[in-house]
Design a protein around this ligand. Structure first.
Ligand code: TYD
Length: 206
């Protein structure tokens, strides 16, 4: 069993906040951990990220998918693989499920094909545990609008709703790997508490 944990959800769901809190918690328990994010996390992947999120770029769904996968492949090879091998906790802000949810359910590309492409890009490295943080669209919209929106975030409410439904479907496939957290009306601390509880149980931390 590896300690590769991914965090997923629609834009503005609070993943980044929860990852940072979990990392601090793991530090307090003397558990080595690293945080990475997608798209990005390496020099090349950050360059690809800039292309993907630039509102000035008109990118078709196929090119978009291949760029996300290229960024992922580089991140897996440079960072994720070796940290897993060193038995560290790897906390990843988005991973393969983002491609399934956004490019598959959102853009309408073939899910089975995307699964195969994900496996190719990751060399079959798969998360041990995935937290899916679910929020409603109006909450997402409120949070996104507080920041400077990027190319993906300007795809609209209908697109985001498809992504949200996609995450629900993905989470239902494997109840052992996916932990779906309904974050509506919950505060940051209570979400953190439920994440910590799952981590403690699964990795026998006390
Ligand atoms: P980011 O600013 O990192 O968003 P967030 O803070 O919500 O994670 O931007 C990443 C965007 O890229 C986000 O809208 C989700 C999207 N995305 C995909 O469409 N496919 C993917 O495979 C990945 C990794 C991200």
């Amino acid at each position: 069993m590896n300690k590769f944990i991914t965090f997923e959800g629609i834009d503005g769901c609070g993943k980044t906040t929860q990852i940072n809190l979990l990392s601090k918690y793991l530090d307090s328990k003397k558990q080595d951990n690293v945080i990475v994010r997608e798209p990005g996390g390496t020099k090349i992947s950050e360059k690809i990220r800039a292309i993907l999120l630039d509102k000035g770029n008109d990118i078709n769904s196929y090119t978009e998918t291949l760029l996300f996968l290229s960024s992922r492949s580089q991140l897996v090879n440079e960072i994720i693989k070796k940290n897993i091998e060193q038995n560290k906790f790897v906390l990843c802000d988005r991973f393969t499920d983002s491609t399934l949810a956004y490019q598959g359910y959102g853009r309408g590309l073939n899910i089975q094909l995307l699964n195969d492409l994900n496996n190719f890009a990751t060399q079959n490295i798969s998360p041990d545990l995935t937290f899916v943080l679910d929020i409603n669209l109006s909450e997402s919209n409120k949070r996104i609008n507080k920041r400077n929106i990027d190319r993906m975030e300007q795809s609209g409410k209908e697109f985001l709703n498809k992504v949200k439904i996609g995450y629900q479907k993905i989470s239902n496939i494997d109840k052992d790997r996916y932990i779906f957290i309904d974050c509506c009306g919950k505060d940051i601390d209570s979400i953190h508490f439920s994440i910590v509880k799952s981590i403690n149980e699964r990795y026998k931390i006390n």
